[in-house]
Every structure is written in C-alpha cells, then in structure tokens.
Design a protein around this ligand. Structure first.
Ligand SMILES: Cc1cc2nc3c(=O)[nH]c(=O)nc-3n(C[C@H](O)[C@H](O)[C@H](O)COP(=O)(O)OP(=O)(O)OC[C@H]3O[C@@H](n4cnc5c(N)ncnc54)[C@H](O)[C@@H]3O)c2cc1C
Length: 393
C-alpha cells in the first residue's frame, strides 16, 4: 500500500468512526462553539478510548495509537471538520508529550495513566500579570524547604483552571544570572488549601480563563520536571507543539463550509447573498487563504516526515490559522445580519431563545476567536520570530 493509499484509508476509517459514534448533539455544540460539560467530555473520551484514539499524539508504548505526523494531521483535520470535541487538550497534547520527553520514570508511571483515564485535568500556569509575551519576567517563586518547595504567586489567563484539578507552573527558583536560567517546571495539585481560582468572563460571554492564586503551597521536590532551573527548554518544546496546532485546518474548513452555505442562501433583501460581488470576493479570498495555509502546513509536515524538527515556520502557521478563523467568523456574523448583532450577554435569561442556536452563537464565536492571535504567543511576537529567524532581518 502506498503512503497515499494508507492516508486515504485512515481518513475513511476516521470518517466512518465519527459517523457511527460521534453524538450529533456533541458535534452541533462543538461546531457552534458551545462548551461541552465535563461529563460529556468524559463520554466522548470513553468512546475514543475503546477505539484507542483517545490520545492521538502519544506513542504506542504510552497508550497512544503511535501515529506519525501525517496521521496526526489527518486526525486533527477530520476532527475539526466533523465537529468532534477536543479532549482535555492541555493534559493530552501539552503536558503528556512533555512528561514523555522530560519526566522521570516515576512521573510517567504515576501521571500518564491518570491522563489516559481522564482522572486528571491539567491546566497551564505560565502567564502572570507582568509576564505574558515577556515570559521570562515571571515572579511566582518556589523556595526550597527540605524535600518541598514553598510556592507563592499569581497566574493569569489560565484556561480551564475552573475545571482542572492540577496545574503545571513555571516558577522562579533563582534570581541569580540570566532570567531564563532561574525558572523551573513544577507540577502542583490544585485541590489543597492555598490555591484559589477566580473566573474571568471574556468578551464573548464565555468562561474559559481564570486567575489562579497560589499562597504558600508546599510542593514536593519530586514534582519538578527536568532539572531545577531547566524549564526554558521544556517551555520551548511545549510552545512549539502548541503553535503547530495553531493552523486549525479542520475547524477552519468547517467554518468555511458554513460561510459558503450562507453565501449561497437568500438574504433579507430577497436576493442570493452571492450576488453581492464584494461579499463574494471576500469569501473567495479567505477560502484561497485557507487552501494556501493547508499546503503550507503540508510543507512543514513533509519536513517533519523527513526527520526535521518544526522550526520558526510554525509561527507562520499560527499567525495565518488564527487570522483566517477570525475572518471566517467575521463573515459569518455579518451574514447573520440582524441576528448576528445579538450578543450572548444581552440575551434574555427567561429560557426563551430569541434567535436560532447557531445564530445565537455567531456573535459569541466572533468575539471569542479574537483570542487566537493572543494566546500561545501573540501575532506580534510571532512576526518578530518570522522576521528574525526566517527572513533574517
Ligand atoms: C483566551 C486566552 C487563553 C489563555 N490561556 C492561557 C493558559 O492557559 N495559560 C497561560 O499561561 N497563559 C494563557 N494565556 C495568556 C497568553 O499566553 C498571553 O495573553 C499572551 O502571551 C500575551 O501576553 P499578555 O496578555 O501579558 O500581553 P503583553 O505581553 O502585555 O502584550 C500586550 C501587547 O503588546 C504586544 N507586544 C508585547 N511584546 C512585544 C514585542 N516585543 N514586540 C511587539 N509587540 C509586543 C503584544 O503582541 C500585545 O499586543 C491565554 C490568553 C488568552 C487570551
């Protein structure tokens, strides 16, 4: 079987699996940008687990399907297009690979199975009030006391902290020498006194980010990943993985499909929206951008398949993937016309929807997707990387 045949066979297998097993309500919610409950996530996790596809990025020896970059990419693409919910992404796609690469045998033995069983939900504690783009400026401190560290500080914009039971944090273990060299990677149990999570509601009316305060919490030294002061390499490894996912090809294709459908429908003036040449051109432009991004992603994948680690071109993918999704959601909101103006926060709370579900969520999607060019390293920071490391300016 050629590589192409294998890829096609996997695509068909994934599609057939989704057609048979993905609950339509989960797909509908995911495509509309509505959040699934933790219980619904667990239900989807259990279905995937039976098939062996619950941790698609992981190697076989740790319970994953052992897929290479191409198979993982197809999985992402098909999941996005089908509206399959993303599972516990911070635990599986960010921390899991870090533990596999840098964790001690004990950490792997204890923590990986708890992610596999969906027992542990991790969140990522990197950013702080004075440390976002300039991450090395972080101040959360961990002071050694016998076999423990005593940790104090504040993490900000922590996604999913309100549903997580554990947090991995970048902490300052030393103030000597270069800032980066004094940072360590620590695993912290959130279910203990001294950890306070405060929700932050964003512009789209959604709860996904939080502030996490940690006040004199004891953390065993055995929870250190890598060596003390060695977090910077781990951070680069983790952020590289996060940015590679930033293309959002499948999800963008699902949005593009909705945009095209709406463009072909009749608008409130009784004419097909596609008769509006300006609108039709904007849709064609973003569709073309998406095709170009897909091929750029294939080029990065081809490098990976030949054994090259993802380089600064991943920044191009992240910037474009986010911008395309912002453009698509903007078009969708515009084409929802009057209904698109209904902001979720202004909806009446008497249980009676004033607009259909998918339209109600369009404004929410539009506002929510502004985050894509901020988190995981803002677009300005990515452009600095592109200028310095790709264009050599
Ligand atoms: C929805 C969402 C979820 C998030 N989830 C998490 C999470 O789970 N865990 C976590 O640790 N963090 C998370 N973050 C935080 C995110 O990583 C930071 O917001 C991001 O790194 C930017 O940092 P900042 O907000 O402090 O902005 P700042 O760094 O203060 O930047 C402010 C502005 O200045 C620009 N800027 C800064 N420095 C430069 C420069 N050198 N050159 C050019 N322009 C510059 C930035 O691009 C930005 O426009 C999340 C953020 C959002 C919005």
């Amino acid at each position: 079987m050629s590589i192409d045949d294998k890829v096609q066979a996997l695509r068909q297998e994934i599609r057939a699996f989704f057609a048979k097993n993905l609950p339509p309500e989960f797909a509908r919610k995911t495509l509309a940008g509505d959040k699934l409950t933790k219980e619904e996530h667990k239900q989807w996790h259990a279905l995937l687990r039976e098939k062996g596809w619950h941790v698609p990025l992981w190697p076989k020896e740790h319970g994953g399907p052992g897929w290479g970059p191409m198979e993982r990419f197809i999985w992402e693409e098909e999941s996005g297009m089908a509206g399959a919910p993303r599972l516990n992404h911070v635990s599986q796609d960010l921390l899991g690979p870090v533990l596999i690469e840098f964790g001690t045998p004990e950490q792997k033995a204890e923590l990986l199975p708890r992610i596999l069983s969906s027992e542990d939900w991790w969140c990522q504690g990197f950013s702080e009030p004075q440390a976002g783009s300039d991450l090395a400026n972080l101040q959360m401190r961990a002071v050694r006391d016998g076999d423990d560290y005593i940790v104090t500080g504040t993490k900000l914009w922590t996604s999913y902290a309100h549903v997580a039971n554990k947090i991995f944090c970048l902490v300052r273990t030393s103030t000597d020498g270069p800032k980066q060299a004094g940072i360590s990677f620590l695993l912290i149990d959130m279910e203990q006194p001294g950890v306070t999570v405060s929700p932050i509601y964003t512009l789209g009316g959604m709860l996904s980010v939080n502030e996490v305060q940690i006040d004199e919490v004891r953390v065993p030294v055995t929870n250190l990943v890598g060596r003390e002061g060695g977090a910077w390499d781990i951070t680069k490894f983790l952020l590289g993985n996060e940015r590679l996912m930033g293309a959002w090809i499948g999800v963008n294709m699902a949005f593009a499909r909705q945009v095209r459908e709406r463009l072909e429908q009749v608008g409130p003036d009784g004419r097909k929206r596609s008769e509006n040449a300006v609108l039709a051109q904007r849709v064609a432009e973003v569709e073309t951008d998406l095709v170009a991004l897909r091929y750029t992603t294939y080029r990065v994948l081809a490098d990976e398949l030949s054994g090259k680690a993802p380089g600064p071109e991943v920044s191009v993918i992240k910037v474009r993937g986010g911008e395309i999704m912002q453009n698509l959601t903007e078009l969708l909101m515009e084409m929802a016309e009057a209904e698109g103006m209904v902001h979720p926060l202004t909806m009446p709370h008497d249980g009676l929807p004033v607009v259909p579900f998918e339209l109600e969520h369009m404004a929410q999607q539009f506002f929510d997707k502004r985050k894509l060019t901020i988190y995981g390293g803002s677009s300005e920071i990515q452009r600095n990387i592109i200028a310095r490391r790709l264009l050599n300016v």
